[in-house]
Every structure is written in structure tokens, then in C-alpha cells.
Design a protein around this ligand. Structure first.
Ligand SMILES: [Zn+2]
Length: 270
């Protein structure tokens, strides 16, 4: 069923691919550079962003609304809304400034079709942590892990070599883990006793806590299901990222990875 839907979404996208921009003339810049060029008034730069992302946006839109005819108009409106946001350089950074670019368009689609998104406070901590990374690292983790896009394609989107994308993923996940913990430490809903353990999780894993602190840490850990669950998540930030992303968006994954579910749902980042 999902395969069929994606196939139909692709055909919807193909109908909207502009043919006025031969591939040999397309810029090789990354998305961020294209956004800046768009902000400076270059319609060609935004057209390139369209070409790069319209297929995925079409699949995303089709999954939300199930109507090929309506998909066409929603895609059109969503890209137009994002282009306006870029041109206006919206100070609230509701969409623009959020990397990856494609997620900005997904958000615009969700707005247009009334797909519910969580309030800022309701966004899962791992996604709030992701938002604290640089646009580049956000993009790498989003495209590689959430959407399962191949490194070569991610490199094209970011204007980097595939090798750079591959080598950046592990440090990006480490950064995500750190920012995720910081996000929780700033979260008033996290209990003080849990925060005490959170601050010492690294020291505990390296065995550098004092005997007394180790005893306190372990005692809390044994009795706290929240800390136990979070500890498991922290072992695999990528898994937690994808899982949490599933709750809000229905994000198309790359078709190029056999055996993978072609579609994952992904959480909102605000
Ligand atoms: Zn706890």
C-alpha cells in the first residue's frame, strides 16, 4: 500500500518538475547557499531547491491527504509559502532557519492541510536537542537517519562530498546526545533527582564518580523507570530520533534502501 502511494506521489511530483533548468546548468551549491541566493532575489536558486526536494515533498503531501489532484496545488502553495518566508527573512524563524530545507516545506504542507503539529513545549526532547545542532549537522542526521537518504545525495544537498557526510555522522550523533541531555537539564518537568543522575551519566559510565556518588546514582537508577528508559534511548540517539519523529510527520524515506520501510513518520521540530 505504501509502495503504491509513494509511486503515485512520485508521478505527482514528476508532473511538477520544471524542465526549464537543464541538469548541466544547475548550480552545485548546497541548500544553504541556495537559500541565501533566494533571499538575495535569485529565482533560479529557488527553482533548484524545488527540483531537489519536490519529489519527497510530493510523497509527504500525498501521504497526508491521499489525493493526487490536491497534492499538486498543496505542493505549489507550500513552496510558495517557504519562498516568501525566505524573501521576508522571517524573524520568528518559524520555517526558515530550520534545517534541513525540506523539513521547512513539510511544515508548510502540514500547515496548509491542517495536519496537527505539537506545541513548542510538547516537542520531544531528542528533537529539541537536534534543533540545537548546526544546520549542517541537523541536515546530515535528518536526511541520513530519518529519511534514509544515501550519502551521495545528502552530499549534493549540502554541497559536500559523500565522504564528508559519512564521516560527520558519528560526531553529529555525539553532539545530538550531548544537546539532548542539556535540553532535559533545562526542562522544568524533569525531576531534580533525575537531573542529578543526568549530569553524572558520563562520569558514571567512565567510572570516575566517587563511591558515595556511584551508590546514589545506582540507587536512583534502579528505582526510576524514566531514567532507565532514557538511558536506553541514549545508547542509540539515531533510533530515538527516528522513533520520535514518527509521531507527527509522515516523512518519505529514500526508496533506494531495499528492505527498509519506505516511509517513516517523524516528529516536528519547533
Ligand atoms: Zn530518574
Amino acid at each position: 500500500m505504501a509502495e503504491r502511494m509513494i509511486s503515485r506521489g512520485d508521478s505527482a511530483a514528476a508532473a511538477w518538475l520544471p524542465d526549464a533548468l537543464p541538469s548541466s546548468e544547475r548550480p552545485v551549491n548546497g541548500d544553504l547557499a541556495l537559500i541565501e541566493e533566494t533571499r538575495s532575489g535569485s529565482p533560479d536558486a529557488f527553482l533548484e531547491l524545488w527540483v531537489r526536494h519536490v519529489s519527497s515533498v510530493a510523497r509527504f503531501t500525498y501521504r497526508l491527504i491521499g489525493s493526487e489532484a490536491a497534492t499538486h496545488s498543496v505542493i505549489n502553495e507550500a513552496f510558495a509559502a517557504v519562498m516568501l518566508d525566505i524573501a521576508r527573512d522571517r524573524p520568528d524563524r518559524h520555517r526558515i532557519g530550520l534545517e534541513p530545507f525540506r523539513l521547512s516545506v513539510y511544515r508548510a504542507v502540514a500547515d496548509l492541510v491542517g495536519h496537527p503539529l505539537p506545541s513548542r513545549d510538547a516537542v520531544p526532547a531528542v528533537l529539541r536537542g537536534l534543533r540545537r545542532l548546526s544546520p549542517r549537522l541537523q541536515s546530515i542526521l535528518w536526511y541520513r537517519d530519518v529519511e534514509a537518504v544515501q550519502a551521495r545525495e545528502v552530499g549534493r544537498l549540502l554541497g559536500e562530498s559523500p565522504a564528508d557526510i559519512v564521516s560527520a555522522r558519528s560526531p553529529a550523533l555525539e553532539r545530538l546526545r550531548a544537546e539532548w541531555i542539556l535540553t532535559l537539564l533545562e526542562d522544568p518537568t524533569v525531576r531534580d533527582s533525575c537531573a542529578w543522575n543526568l549530569r553524572r551519566a558520563g562520569s558514571r559510565s567512565t567510572g570516575s564518580l566517587s563511591w558515595a556518588s556511584t551508590a546514589r546514582y545506582d540507587r536512583h537508577q534502579r528505582g526510576c523507570s524514566w531514567c532507565q528508559s532514557f538511558g536506553q534511548d541514549l545508547d542509540s540517539p539515531a533510533t530515538a530520533l527516528v522513533r520520535e519523529a514518527v509521531r507527527i510527520f509522515t516523512v518519505p524515506r529514500s526508496d533506494s534502501q531495499p528492505g527498509m520501510t519506505p516511509v517513516a513518520t517523524v516528529d516536528e521540530l519547533r
